[in-house]
Design a binder for this molecule. Structure first.
Ligand code: SAM
Ligand code: SF4
Length: 326
């Protein structure tokens, strides 16, 4: 069992498969001329499997594949099918653009739940956010995966002045479609144009939604990052991920492994432990994993607090989101 010094059991591993992506979301990927990590520096398929097995032997029960965009990696099918052999709940976070090519593989691998990112229901705004014209494909793929029986959660990063006026449109979508929308507070990362006044908080979101609907809180699990709500007569639900205004670090059970094989014990952790180099040198990586998790800070990587009004993104020592894996 992997425990930190606050007695939090860590049984959920998020593996980033790549820092490459076919979209260019400005809040995630800093610049157009961003240099992707060369393939040789990434964990190879067999390395991912062996490292994941070590984590599973220590009590990891859930694995989420992420990135960058996990579905742009050439050997992603092989990786998915290899990890499907482990006794874990396997899932994935994707921008959805390529899901039509992977629905069969995900089904074969026993993946039942997907997180798909879509920050706007307007095609023009999609281009503004992602610098690519993939709204129709993404939207169609969300529908496709729902129709094929997957539990689909849609991640929406909410930013003031960009898409905060669309919350009720997203909630309206949940009426006749069994889709689970999750509004995420905008988080600061290296080079992502974050400003405290662009954060649209959980309370602001609830205020806006409550003007049109009567949301009823749904009881959650201690590890939940999302505060969930239902609305009478709606097939879907919505939730808020309030990382900034009401962090949920107390119940954190998550470990992140970057595509270049480094452990991050928190989305905002400053320190990382290089597992891949040690693994390639034939070292036992278990002591490295244990030491890394024991050094985990109580909240938000020890870098800021929920009182973020005076925070500047540059004060946080971290990677950009695309190189961490959300
Ligand atoms: N490419 C995949 C995708 O877009 O879903 C997986 C990787 S992406 C980094 C994982 C999640 O992080 C996405 O839902 C994305 O919207 C979210 N994300 C990225 N940057 C963020 C930020 N600055 N604040 C909040 N969420 C962010
Ligand atoms: Fe790519 Fe996902 Fe980041 Fe957008 S949020 S740039 S889709 S990795």
């Amino acid at each position: 069992m992997i425990k930190d010094s606050f007695n939090r059991v860590h049984d959920y591993l998020r593996i980033s498969l790549t820092d490459n992506c076919n979209l260019r979301c400005f809040y995630c990927m800093p610049e157009e001329d961003y240099h992707f990590t060369p393939a040789r520096n990434l964990m190879q398929a067999e390395e991912i499997k062996s490292i994941a097995e070590i984590f599973v032997s220590q009590g990891i029960k859930k694995i989420r594949l992420t990135g960058g965009e996990p579905l742009v990696r050439k050997d992603v099918k092989k990786i998915i099918l290899q990890l499907a052999e482990l006794p874990v709940n396997l899932t994935i976070t994707t921008n959805g653009t390529r899901l039509h090519e992977f629905a069969d593989t995900l089904e074969t691998a026993g993946v039942r739940s997907l997180n798909i990112s879509l920050d706007t229901l307007q095609s023009g705004k999609f281009h503004l956010l992602t610098r690519r014209d993939q709204f129709e494909q993404t939207f169609q793929n969300i529908r496709l995966m729902i129709d094929r029986g997957f539990h689909v959660k849609v991640n929406v990063v909410v930013m003031k002045g960009i898409n905060e006026t669309e919350l009720t449109d997203f909630v309206a979508w949940t009426k006749d479609v069994p889709v689970h929308v999750r509004f995420i507070e905008f988080m600061p990362f290296s080079g992502n144009h974050w400003k405290s006044n662009k954060v649209f908080t959980w309370h602001e979101m609830m205020e806006q939604i409550s003007m049109h609907y009567l949301p009823v809180p749904i009881n959650g699990d201690v590890h939940d990052t999302a505060k969930k709500y239902s609305i009478a007569g709606h097939l879907g639900t919505f939730a808020v991920i309030s990382t900034m205004s009401a962090p949920f670090c107390k119940g954190c059970n998550r470990i992140r492994l970057t595509a270049d094989g480094k452990i991050k014990n928190c989305l905002f952790s400053k320190d990382e432990t290089d597992l891949l180099t040690a693994f390639r040198n034939g070292e036992d990586i278990l002591p490295l994993i244990e030491a890394n998790i024991l050094s985990k800070k109580k909240e938000l990587g020890g870098q800021f607090t929920a009182d973020f009004s005076h925070l500047h993104a540059e004060e946080i020592a971290n990677r950009s989101m695309i190189t961490i894996g959300g």
